[in-house]
Write a protein that binds this ligand. Structure first.
Ligand SMILES: Cc1cc2nc3c(=O)[nH]c(=O)nc-3n(C[C@H](O)[C@H](O)[C@H](O)COP(=O)(O)OP(=O)(O)OC[C@H]3O[C@@H](n4cnc5c(N)ncnc54)[C@H](O)[C@@H]3O)c2cc1C
Length: 436
C-alpha cells in the first residue's frame, strides 16, 4: 500500500495547485507525490510470522512472544526499548499515542536536562546519543558542559521535537524493536516464566507473552493494574499545555509558551480528556484576548506528576539533596528540587559539588518479580521526585531498566538477581555513566 498518492479530496488538491506559481507548484507536487510505502512497517507493527490471525469481525488478533515488553514509549521507555533491543532481547514497545518521546514530543517539552553537573557530563548513554544526534542533524548548538551556568536551565539542550521522534523510531528499528502504537494493556496475568499481557487498540487485540515488563507509562499504570502499591499526593503539580501565539515555533531553538493546567491527571482516558479540554479552552481565551494568530499547539497536555511506585528502595529528599551514593546506583541525577504549585515554581538548587544518584532498587516495585519501572514514577518521595522526574535522569533510568530486563530475560531470572557488576559493566559498554 502506498500512502500519500491518489488519496484525499482530489478536487481540493487540484484547486490548491491551480492557485500556485510554477516553482511552488513543482515543490508542492514533489512533496505530495513522494509518499511512502508502509508495507514493510506493517510487518514490524503486526509482528508478521508470529501466529497472528484475523478474526471475522475484521479485528486483528495477534499473539507475540517476546523477552522484554516495554509499556509507554515516552522519554524513558524509548531508551529502555532501544537498550534491550541492542542487547539482543526480542523487544516490543507498546505506546498508546501516535509517536515516541512522550512529554518531550507529544507534550512538546523538548528541552532535556540535565546531562551535566559542576563542570562535567554526568549522564550520557543512549539518551544523550539521541539528543546529540537530533541537535547535530538540526544544525543546533550545545551548551558547554565545562561551564557551571548561573541558572540551571542554561545547560539544558534545545532539541527539535520532530527530529527526535524520527530518530527515535529509526533507532528502534535498527535495534530490532517492534513498535505498537495506539495500544495499551487491558489485562495482565502471571505465567510460569513471566507474563501474559492482553493489549488493545482500535481494530487490534494483541496477546503478549513476555519474560520481563518495563513500565514506562509515567504513572506506573502497569504497577497499578498488578495492584502493587503506588503513591500519589492529594494535590499534584499542574500539567501544562504548550502553544505559540504571534510567531511560529522554531523547533530546536526555543521553549514553547506554557499554560498551567491545574489538576491535570494522566491516569485515565477521562482525566486526560478533561486536561486537554481545559488547556485548550484557556488557550482559546488567550488567543481571543491577544488578537494574534495561534501558530502552534501541542496535541496533548504535558503531565508533571502522577503515581510513584513504592520500590525496594525509596529515594528521599534527604538522599537527593545530600547526594547519597547508593551501593546499587546505576546513574547520577542532577536538577534543582523543582515543585510547581498554584503560585508557580521556585527551584531550589543543590549545594556545590552535590550530585545525587539513583539506585536500581528504586526501579523495582516492592515484593515484585520480573517488572521494572523507569521514568518519573521512580520510587521517591514527592520532593525528590520533583527533581528526578526531568528528562536526562528518566533516560538514564530507561537505559538501566533496559539492561537489567534484557539480562534477566537472557538468564531466566528476575532483575534483582542479575549480578549488579554485570549490569554496570553492560551499561558502561553502552556509553552510560555509572557512579563508582
Ligand atoms: C510542562 C512540563 C515541563 C517540563 N520541563 C522540563 C524541562 O524543561 N526539561 C526536562 O528535562 N524535563 C522537563 N519536564 C519533565 C519531563 O519532561 C518529564 O517528567 C519526563 O519527560 C517524564 O518521562 P517519562 O518517560 O516518565 O514519561 P513520559 O515522557 O510522559 O512518557 C510516558 C509515555 O507512556 C505512554 N503511556 C501512558 N500510559 C500508557 C498505557 N497505559 N499504555 C501505553 N502507553 C502509555 C504515554 O503516552 C507516554 O508516551 C517537564 C514536564 C512538564 C510536564
Amino acid at each position: 500500500m502506498t500512502a500519500g498518492v491518489g488519496r484525499g479530496p482530489v478536487n481540493a488538491t487540484n484547486r490548491v495547485v491551480k492557485d500556485m506559481g510554477m516553482a511552488d507548484r513543482r515543490t508542492f507536487l514533489q512533496y505530495t507525490v513522494a509518499g511512502v510505502a508502509i508495507a514493510s512497517t506493517t510487518n514490524i507493527v503486526l509482528g508478521v510470522g508470529r501466529n497472528e490471525a484475523t478474526d471475522v469481525s475484521g479485528t486483528d488478533s495477534i499473539q507475540v512472544n517476546v523477552d522484554v515488553l516495554v509499556i509507554g514509549g515516552g522519554t524513558a521507555g524509548t531508551i529502555a526499548a532501544i537498550q534491550a533491543g541492542r542487547l539482543g532481547a526480542k523487544t516490543l514497545l507498546v505506546e498508546r499515542n501516535s509517536q515516541l518521546g512522550g512529554a518531550m514530543t507529544t507534550g512538546g517539552v523538548a528541552f532535556p536536562g540535565l546531562f551535566d553537573a559542576w563542570g562535567k557530563q554526568v549522564i550520557a548513554g543512549i539518551g544523550w546519543e539521541l539528543v546529540r544526534e537530533s541537535v547535530e542533524l538540526d544544525g543546533g548548538t550545545f551548551p558547554d558542559f565545562k561551564k557551571v551556568p548561573k541558572r540551571h536551565w542554561q545547560n539544558q539542550v534545545y532539541t527539535n521535537q520532530f527530529l527526535y521522534v524520527l530518530l527515535a523510531e529509526e533507532k528502534c528499528e535498527q535495534a530490532g524493536v517492534q513498535i505498537a502504537y495506539y495500544e495499551f494493556p487491558e489485562a495482565i496475568r502471571k505465567t510460569l516464566d513471566g507474563w501474559q499481557v492482553d493489549c488493545v487498540g482500535f481494530g487490534t487485540r494483541r496477546r503478549v507473552l513476555c519474560k520481563q515488563i518495563i513500565d514506562c507509562t509515567g504513572g506506573a499504570e502497569v504497577v497499578g493494574m498488578l495492584k502493587l502499591p503506588r503513591l500519589r499526593d492529594k494535590e499534584t503539580q499542574p500539567g501544562s499545555m504548550l502553544f505559540k501565539i504571534g510567531s511560529g515555533h522554531k523547533p530546536g531553538t526555543e521553549q514553547i509558551h506554557r499554560l498551567y493546567v491545574h489538576g491535570a491527571d494522566s491516569s485515565s482516558a477521562a482525566t486526560v480528556t478533561a486536561a486537554n479540554l481545559a488547556g485548550r479552552r484557556d488557550i482559546l481565551k488567550k488567543v481571543r484576548a491577544s488578537k494574534k494568530k495561534l501558530m502552534h499547539l501541542q496535541p496533548e497536555t504535558a503531565f508533571r506528576e502522577s503515581y510513584r511506585i513504592v520500590g525496594e528502595t525509596m529515594v528521599t529528599h534527604e538522599d537527593y539533596t545530600s547526594g547519597r551514593r547508593f551501593d546499587d546506583a546505576i546513574s547520577y541525577a542532577f536538577y534543582p528540587v523543582d515543585l510547581h504549585t498554584r503560585s508557580g515554581v521556585r527551584p531550589k538548587p543543590l549545594a556545590p559539588d552535590t550530585v545525587p544518584t539513583i539506585p536500581l532498587s528504586a526501579l523495582v516495585p516492592k515484593d515484585s518479580r520480573n517488572i521494572l519501572v523507569a521514568g518519573r514514577s521512580v520510587s521517591s518521595d514527592r520532593l525528590a521526585n520533583s527533581a528526578l522526574r526531568v528528562q536526562a535522569p528518566c533516560m538514564a533510568m530507561g537505559q538501566a531498566a533496559g539492561v537489567a530486563a534484557a539480562l534477566a530475560a537472557q538468564q531466566q531470572t528476575t532483575p534483582l538477581s542479575v549480578s549488579l557488576e554485570e549490569i554496570k559493566r553492560t551499561l558502561r559498554a553502552h556509553n552510560a555513566i555509572v557512579p563508582g
